[in-house]
Design a protein around this ligand. Structure first.
Ligand SMILES: *Cc1c(COP(=O)(O)O)cnc(C)c1O
Length: 420
């Protein structure tokens, strides 16, 4: 596959922006493939090569690239204006949908990104409770602001970036996913906890699913200890079901954050929750939150058009396609006797090599990254674009045909055959 144009664009980009990319996950060696266009489940690169897209921009494109309803909604809105610095009707329409669909959402506030949503959600939780500590689950990702850019490596709390003074993460406590005892114990010894923030189904350490009853127990102990529960549903909101993981598992948090899908391919985020908490936001309340482009009408109409397309039937079909893929990979693993496992939630899945079970960040970090990288390259060479890291997740969209699913399964089977 010729990728000379990508290579040239990359050399030019490297002079203009660090490592040639606008966000670090997009980089891989020797150089990333540059996208030129997308349509449905297919992406075309700068050299005209076509790939089945299993990354879908890391989550927003649940309808695939260039969905017609989204395009026509955006075209129409463009002619009315793009940003007003005044409230406008499209944002009210989007908010109305969110409050209808998402169980915890009595009210919501629109932001420009998931990062902003979680940053403001924890500020709101602290402002509402008057308490200081935020509990984070090891391996969950909530965007790139200081307080949540922290994980636990070798049992030591550590910011996962330079430039973050220890003071900035000193009020963040880290515990493992799927470990209710650790949470209970932390609550017993610490009375200054404002909130727990977590991805209910983590999608930033591959995909990890909750053990039976885990989310119910989290809800129970947070409530018993007057700790707010924040579900970061930036990935799972409108993906695993219309109402997100909170609907899928029947566990309602106090606050949640949304992003990715609710922008229909445009930059978006939201925080949502119970009225008494949400009303603490400025200007009526004392917790400040603001943004020039927040509630942008283009984003709002694109998000709305997307949500309107997401019928129950479409969710069922997405789930069925996911099961076909997962079953196929599991069969390959069994037949070839390699050590590997697949984790999945509706329309998202990830394979971990060298592990039979992956249920938290420790397991995910232990999975074999070299084999994953070989798989990534093998698939790329076969016209399939996957997220380049084992700590991401593959996504399906309503635009993925069974032909695309079959091609993915066949290539995956060939790869596993090769390494067995
Ligand atoms: C992507 C993501 C974010 C950050 O959203 P941005 O729009 O990239 O700022 C936050 N939380 C989760 C769970 C995410 O996957």
């Amino acid at each position: 596959m010729a990728t000379i144009n990508s290579q040239n664009l990359y050399s030019e980009a490297c002079k203009l922006t660090p490592s040639g990319v606008s966000s670090p996950v997009r980089a891989f060696s020797p150089y990333p493939i540059f996208a030129n266009s997308g349509s449905g489940c297919v992406i075309v690169d700068a050299d005209g090569n076509k790939y089945i897209d299993m990354c879908m921009a890391y989550g927003p494109l649940i309808l695939g690239h260039c969905n017609h309803s989204v395009i026509s909604a955006v075209k129409k809105q463009m002619l009315n204006g793009t940003v007003f610095g005044m409230p406008s009707e499209p944002e009210i329409e989007l908010l109305k949908k969110i409050c209808e669909d998402v169980p915890c959402a009595d009210m919501a506030r629109l932001t420009n990104s998931g990062t902003e949503a979680t940053m403001h959600a924890i500020r709101l939780a602290r402002g509402f409770t008057g308490k200081k500590i935020i509990v984070k689950i090891d391996g969950c990702f909530h965007g790139s602001h200081n307080a949540l850019m922290v994980n636990k490596t070798c049992d030591k709390k550590k910011a996962f970036s330079d430039g973050i003074p220890y003071e900035e993460i000193s009020n963040t406590e880290i515990i493992r996913y799927n470990d209710i005892d650790a949470m209970t114990k932390l609550f017993e010894t610490n009375t200054d906890i404002a909130a727990v923030i977590m991805e209910p189904i983590p999608g930033n350490m591959g995909v990890i699913t909750p053990w039976k009853g885990y989310l119910d127990q989290v809800r129970k102990v947070t409530r018993e200890n007057d700790v707010l529960l924040i579900f970061d549903e930036v990935i799972t909101g409108y993906r695993v079901s219309k109402g997100g993981a909170q609907q899928l598992y029947g566990v309602t948090p106090d606050l949640c954050t949304l992003g990715k899908i609710i922008g229909g391919g445009y930059p978006a985020g939201a925080l949502a929750g119970k009225t008494d908490i949400m009303e603490k936001l400025a200007p009526s309340g004392p917790v400040y939150e603001a943004g020039t482009f927040s509630g942008n009408p283009i984003t709002a109409v694109a998000g709305l058009a997307t949500i309107k397309e997401l019928t129950q039937n479409r969710y069922k079909k997405l789930e069925r396609k996911t099961k076909v893929i997962v079953k196929s990979i599991e069969d390959n693993i069994e037949d070839s006797k390699i050590v590997a496992t697949v984790n999945s939630a509706p329309s998202m899945f990830q394979i971990f090599f060298g592990k039979r079970n992956v249920s938290d960040a420790y397991d995910a970090r232990e999975a074999d990254g070299r084999t994953f990288e070989s798989m990534f390259r093998y698939m790329l060479g076969n016209g399939l674009y996957l997220p380049p890291s084992k700590m991401e997740t593959m996504f399906l969209s309503t635009a993925h045909t069974y032909e695309a699913v079959d091609k993915f399964c066949e290539s995956m089977s060939d790869f596993i055959g090769k390494i067995a």
